[in-house]
Design a protein. Structure first.
Length: 251
């Protein structure tokens, strides 16, 4: 009998759309709610809304389930998708901010690993290092945002630094993602790249552009290339990777 519930925004099967895992099949668990208010946020995460379960991948046909959900309900959805469409590489846990529900994840993730045989890919805002510490041993990949104050609305450098340091100390596969867009400037990209170079020099630096309402990055191709060229002078392994799921118009 599970003890915890969590507001879940979406459960679906798709492909990894961000970072070096791009293109791999993933199950997605999107929790609802976030403690931040990024200007570019495109993620529907109202905890009061029902969970949307996409039974047929890519169909857009959604079954709505009342929130909050308990572990058994969530696990049943994940089991159904992996059973009908086997071969996912990871469960991608994203949000919102999934670490607001660390207690729930501490119950769910061992079952995902043991019973479904899936690795866990955590997509994380980079701002809750104490909660990350609680679940990190259950994670195989931690994608950690490095958010500029111009987009995030506050300076989160200290907590992001602690999150990166924790990932390095534990030895989990780390994907640091420097978020940038039209509202940010290159000095913030530079600070992010230098932070990764100083704390996790073996990790690639992912430059992830903000996408506009039409699904394309809000900077032009030449502007993106200029950012990549300048950032590559600061670190030997910088990769500019847009959000591929948006380019494909899938979840
Ligand atoms: S951390 Fe993510 S979910 Fe939260 S406001 Fe920022 S972009 Fe949105």
């Amino acid at each position: 009998m599970s003890r915890h519930t969590a507001p879940i925004s979406e459960v679906f099967s798709s492909l990894a759309g961000e970072g070096p895992q791009v293109g791999r099949r993933q199950l997605f668990l999107r929790t609802a709610g976030c403690h931040l208010d990024c200007s570019y946020c495109d993620t529907f995460t109202d905890p009061a809304e029902p969970c949307r379960f996409e039974r047929l991948p890519g169909s857009g046909r959604l079954v709505e389930v009342a929130n909050p959900l308990d572990l058994e309900a969530v696990f049943a959805m994940l089991t159904e998708l992996e059973g009908v469409y086997p071969g996912h590489v990871h469960l991608a846990v994203t949000g919102g901010e999934p670490l607001l529900h660390a207690e729930f994840l501490l119950e769910l993730l061992p079952r995902v690993k043991d019973e479904l045989g899936l690795a866990v890919h955590l997509e994380y805002s980079g701002t809750l290092p104490e909660e990350l510490r609680r679940v990190i041993d259950l994670c195989d990949v931690v994608a950690c945002d490095i958010k500029p104050a111009s987009l995030c609305g506050r300076d989160v450098t200290g907590v992001t630094r602690r999150s990166l340091e924790l990932c390095v100390a534990v030895g989990v596969e780390l994907v640091p993602k420097v978020i940038f867009g039209r509202e940010s400037d290159f000095a913030e990209v530079e600070a992010g790249v230098r932070m990764v170079a100083g704390i996790a020099p073996d990790a690639p630096v992912i430059l992830q552009p903000v996408h506009g309402p039409g699904g394309l990055p809000d900077l032009s191709g030449p502007e993106l290339l200029e950012t990549l060229i300048r950032a590559s002078r600061l670190h030997p392994d910088v990769r500019l990777i847009p959000q591929v799921h948006k380019l494909l118009a899938v979840r």
